[in-house]
Ligand binder design. Structure first.
Ligand code: ADP
Ligand code: ZN
Ligand code: ZN
Length: 768
């Protein structure tokens, strides 16, 4: 270390700038003194610092070292300690970008970089270790001790420091006695080392089956790997079952061979043991760290440390794995980020920092000179447009591997089905006659089926049967209808629940206005399960029917077990919400039934058509993955809707072209850029007042940025959640610069804070 620098007075240590992990919007941070007693402080160190008049404990990250005092030197406080966690400088830079782009305090962006388990040191233990002191025995050692010593001297340097027990094993000493004597004699020295200890969690790997690449796969791989080693963006559009994962693996191999590291992002729900095993099996020797919510805190900590220490060179995980601490300065240069199922909305984080992992992945790759590979069977229109306009290189896999065909999709009009059923049903059946017949024949032939209904519970509406009365049960705190859930515990009735604030109460028996007996509408998965049990009692009784949704799956473990039971063939009918639509590869599936394709179609959100197309295409893609042809039946009240007819034809390109034309005409993303500000307040008037203040400030921006469009203030489609009214303002502009300029103007006036009252969402994907 150089002695005193210009900014360091000998006694006190250097001045550093620290950004606290709080919602304070101060990108420069606060100045602290780093006393020499705490050790050398570097950019990226997470530190504990005193804050405010009472010196409350606060944590933050050092963003600059050797700075000049910006306040009276006597008022600069000393840091308390280093926490032991250090972020790579690249992640500090990435946080800065996120803070600017997503309009959120830098401290909040920094705070998202490392998992809580790492910050809290879960599972961290100090263990005793031994090193050789370099001294030699001055007199003859007793026999056993002497033998131990000779063996220890013969060990190579890299065995040390070593745990005492481990050392005893290595030198075949029967007890720790001789080793302890060597410590007493000063020949060995005790020290401490920090480790993260956890229940074993070596992910199991699948034995790699070496497939022969198809010509199409080979062409894609060659073309992507041709420009590794620099920032580049690729979009792989490959139909379901076209072998995208195999492409990822081969590209990864080349990145690893170059001595670089890689991140593989997968939506949480698709991060099944099956998926993980494929990667672990192929890359065991280079180290694969897995980051997902099914891990315990100490396991998460351990995996993170394996990345930070260079032990693991591939990180696979859900959204937050994007911040895997690969550090070029430590010999772990990031070479590739793969974003599988890049269209998936789970990549969007809905609280601060509100970011989209796919977009941040592109930024991280750009900052670190890495390649990005986005993959999907139904790319987001954002990515598709980027590819069409040459910002991403487009690669295509148009056919399934091994000669499997994309399944034939039959659209059935629910109106016709209901007419056919009118005579024998006492109430509206969820499975129309066509789907019922297909399910029956699939079961008879021993095949497996997947049934999708993207709605939980038993019924979405509880209302008065009398139209003139018109009463509907809504949540007291939210502007939404309450959903009826039957419970096994209660013999009759059950509870109604609000899916937004989670309020719950008993199902009312009668209309509170006119006292008629209530009726229910809008069936959910629970009711379909009941109907299935009624239709196929023998299948239900044998435990061969399983429902997968947010109510039945309490943890990742439940979910993985359920999928395991389906993969083993123990379960023959899998019913569920979109949880079952994603990325699963089960060769036995012959029939996929979409109970109601219309659940998203009428949502007041400009992406309703895109969502519907994705959902239907993705779930249809689960069928017919083996050589036996699969069948898909889609029930809908909108049989002519292009989202449904084009998904049925597996015609993504036409859908994308037509939908982009719609967006062009209505000047909506991805043709334009959008940011949305939602003001929330208990009192409608207050919310409106704050929102009007923002709108007025935006008017001023429009004076010199005339392309900025401002919509609102207006109540959100869900106008109240948890007792707070919600008022939205949407900013739309042809380019991202205009949006950013407008947000900066608001931010400078303190109008775009990310706090309990205001939420700023840049590139929003949900507009409810
Ligand atoms: P996608 O991710 O595009 O849906 P996958 O990569 O999961 O497709 O591939 C589907 C199936 O085909 C997997 O079981 C995979 O092991 C297999 N597969 C992939 N590439 C080949 C190949 N070249 N030859 C034979 N089987 C392959
Ligand atoms: Zn509610
Ligand atoms: Zn009534």
């Amino acid at each position: 270390m150089t002695p005193t620098s210009l900014f360091e007075s000998e006694a006190d240590g250097a001045l550093v700038r620290v950004v606290l992990e709080r919602g304070i919007d101060s990108p420069e941070g606060l100045t602290y003194r780093a006393p020499k007693s705490i050790g050398a402080v570097q950019v990226g160190d997470r530190v504990e610092a005193p804050l405010g008049r009472h010196d409350r404990r606060a944590t933050g990250y050092v963003v600059e070292v050797n700075v000049e005092a910006d306040i009276d030197v006597s008022r600069i406080k000393p840091l308390r300690r280093l926490t032991g966690l250090r972020l790579p400088i690249s992640l500090i830079r990435l946080s800065r970008w996120m803070s600017g782009y997503y309009c959120c305090p830098l401290g909040m962006a920094l705070s998202a970089m490392a998992p809580g388990a790492v910050k809290h040191g879960v599972g961290r233990r100090r263990i005793a270790v031994l090193t050789r002191t370099g001294k030699r025995p001055v007199e003859k050692l007793p026999k056993q001790t002497g033998a131990a010593w000779d063996a220890i001297v013969a060990l190579p340097d890299e065995e040390f420091p070593i745990e005492p027990r481990e050392l005893a094993l290595r030198i075949s000493a029967p007890t720790l006695g001789p080793i302890n004597r060597l410590v007493k004699l000063g020949l060995l020295e005790r020290g401490e080392r920090e480790i993260v200890r956890t229940a074993s969690d070596e992910p199991v790997g699948e034995t790699p089956s070496l497939v022969t690449l198809t010509e199409a796969q080979r062409a894609v791989i060659d073309s992507i790997t041709a420009d590794l080693g620099q920032f580049a963006s690729h979009l792989l559009y490959g139909v379901t079952g076209s072998g995208k994962t195999e492409v990822y693996i081969r590209v990864l191999e080349q990145v690893i061979a170059r001595g670089e590291c890689a991140i593989v992002l997968v939506p949480e729900i698709s991060l099944t043991p099956q998926t993980v095993a494929r990667f672990v099996g192929r890359f065991r020797e280079v180290g694969v760290a897995v980051l997902h919510s099914g891990l315990t805190a100490s396991q998460r900590h351990q995996h993170w440390m394996r990345i930070a220490s260079g032990e693991a060179r591939i990180a696979i995980g859900a959204r937050s794995a994007l911040f895997a601490p690969f550090d070029e300065a430590m010999g772990s240069k990031l070479g590739l980020i793969i974003v599988d199922e890049e269209h998936d909305s789970a990549y969007k984080q809905e609280d601060v920092p509100r970011h989209h992992a796919r977009d941040v992945a592109l930024k991280r790759a750009q900052l670190e000179g890495a390649t990005v590979l986005l993959g999907s069977a139904t790319p987001s229109l954002e990515s598709w447009r980027n590819a069409m306009e040459g910002r991403y290189r487009l690669h295509e896999l148009t056919e399934r591997v091994g000669g499997a065909k994309l399944p034939a999709v039959r659209i059935v009009d629910l109106a016709d089905e209901l007419r056919e059923d009118a005579t024998n049903a006492t109430r509206l059946a969820m499975l129309g006659p066509t789907l019922r017949r297909s399910l029956r024949s699939t079961l008879d032939a021993g095949g497996q089926s997947i049934l999708l209904l993207n709605r939980r519970g038993w019924a979405s509406y509880i209302c008065c049967p009398d139209h003139r009365c018109g009463w509907t049960l809504t949540c007291d705190e939210c502007d939404v209808t309450m959903v009826y859930h039957r419970s096994r515990e209660l013999p009759i009735g059950g509870v109604v629940r609000c899916h937004h604030c989670l309020a719950e109460r008993k199902l009312p028996g009668q209309c509170p206005v006119c006292a008629r007996r209530v009726t229910t509408f809008g069936a959910g998965t629970q009711r379909v399960e009941e109907e299935l049990t009624h239709l196929f009692p023998e299948v239900a009784a044998a435990g061969e029917m399983l429902r997968i949704d947010g109510d039945t799956m309490r943890s990742a473990k439940d979910y993985f077990e359920a999928l395991g039971a389906f993969a083993d063939g123990k379960v023959r009918v899998l019913l569920g919400t979109q949880m079952i639509a994603k990325g699963l590869d089960f060769p036995g599936v012959e029939l996929v039934g979409v109970i109601n394709a219309d659940t998203a179609i009428n949502l007041p959100d400009f992406r309703a058509a895109e969502r519907t197309f994705q959902l239907v295409s993705q779930v249809a893609g689960r069928a017919g993955r083996s050589t036996r042809a699969g069948r898909v039946i889609v029930q809908t009240f909108n049989p002519d809707h292009p989202s449904i007819t084009l998904a049925a034809k597996h015609d993504y390109k036409t859908f994308a072209r037509e939908e982009l034309a719609v967006r062009e005409r209505s000047q909506l993303p991805p043709v334009t850029r959008m940011a949305r500000i939602v003001v929330r307040h208990e009192h409608y008037e207050n919310a409106m007042k704050i929102a009007r203040g923002i709108a007025t400030a935006l008017e001023a921006v429009r004076a010199h940025r005339s392309s900025l469009r401002v919509r609102g203030p207006m109540p959100c489609p869900i106008s109240r959640i948890g007792g707070r009214h919600r008022i939205a303002i949407e900013l739309i502009a042809p380019d991202v610069g205009t949006i950013q300029a407008a947000l900066t103007a608001l931010r400078n006036q303190g109008l775009a804070k990310s706090d309990a009252t205001t939420a700023v969402d840049v590139d929003p994907i949900a507009l409810l």
